[in-house]
Design a protein around this ligand. Structure first.
Ligand SMILES: [Mg+2]
Length: 239
């Protein structure tokens, strides 16, 4: 077993470029339903999607409700009538499974870490969608195991989700574990609550307002440098 860190990675906007995938999937869905994909519609969808995911994080709605709700709200807001929001939700999800773009340098970063560390994924995305995207992005096999909140029955940031993950990692040791993620509300708040060292992947230069990360990086170069320091401090392994 590798002696370095146990690293838990978020997926969207940490490994995959979600904005790009989302844009492609929503454009395809709107066109399929005979709606012109204007910038206004695409931006509104993105905003609605984000708001709906917050409801999932707070356990207010189910994933099934999410699929339909996003299009219900979008169609209502833009006065679009006579379209089936359930079918649109299914179409979007299918398109999203096929749309995946890694953030530049992602695969090389993972390969480098794989020499010393054990890599895992912790994602709030749906299992079928996320696995397809990771496989298509050719990074699924770089992880020892992938944990989906859908399967766990709890989402990040809930402590139950992290307990589920910890129970299923062989020889889990929290003192050598770090989490890397872009979301303050799900990744950083969740890791902080679970007592896991948190690294905020802040590509967009945002302000840490709702949760305080232990560490912050803005690109993979900084991430690798930080992990190398933490590896030595937390495990004594130099690489
Ligand atoms: Mg994310």
């Amino acid at each position: 077993m590798k002696k370095g860190l146990i690293i838990l990675f978020d997926v969207d906007d940490t490994l995959l470029d979600f904005a790009k995938s989302e844009r492609k999937a929503i454009t395809h869905t709107l066109l399929t339903f005979g709606i012109e994909p204007t910038e206004e519609l695409i931006a509104a969808y993105s905003e609605i999607n984000l708001a709906c995911w917050k409801l999932i994080e707070d356990n207010m709605i189910t994933r099934k409700q999410l699929d339909r709700m996003r299009f219900d709200i979008l169609f209502k807001r833009f006065g679009i009538r006579g379209k089936d929001s359930v079918a649109a939700g299914a179409c979007y999800r299918k398109a999203l499974s096929g749309a995946c773009y890694v953030i530049r340098g992602c695969a090389a970063m993972l390969d480098r870490l794989n020499e010393t560390d054990r890599l895992f994924i912790v994602t709030n995305g749906a299992e079928a969608t996320q696995l397809k995207r990771l496989e298509k992005a050719k990074i699924a096999d770089k992880f020892e195991r992938i944990f989906y909140s859908e399967t766990a029955g709890y989402s990040k940031p809930y402590p139950q989700f992290f307990k589920y993950v910890e129970d299923r990692i062989d020889a889990f040791d929290i003192s050598r574990t770090v989490l890397v993620g872009d979301s303050l509300t799900s990744d950083i708040a969740g890791a902080n609550c679970a007592g896991i060292t948190s690294i905020w992947f802040n590509r967009k230069g945002q302000t840490a307002d709702v949760a305080t990360p232990d560490h912050e990086v803005k690109n993979y170069r900084e991430l690798l440098a930080l992990l190398s320091q933490l590896r030595e401090q937390m495990t004594g392994v130099r690489a």
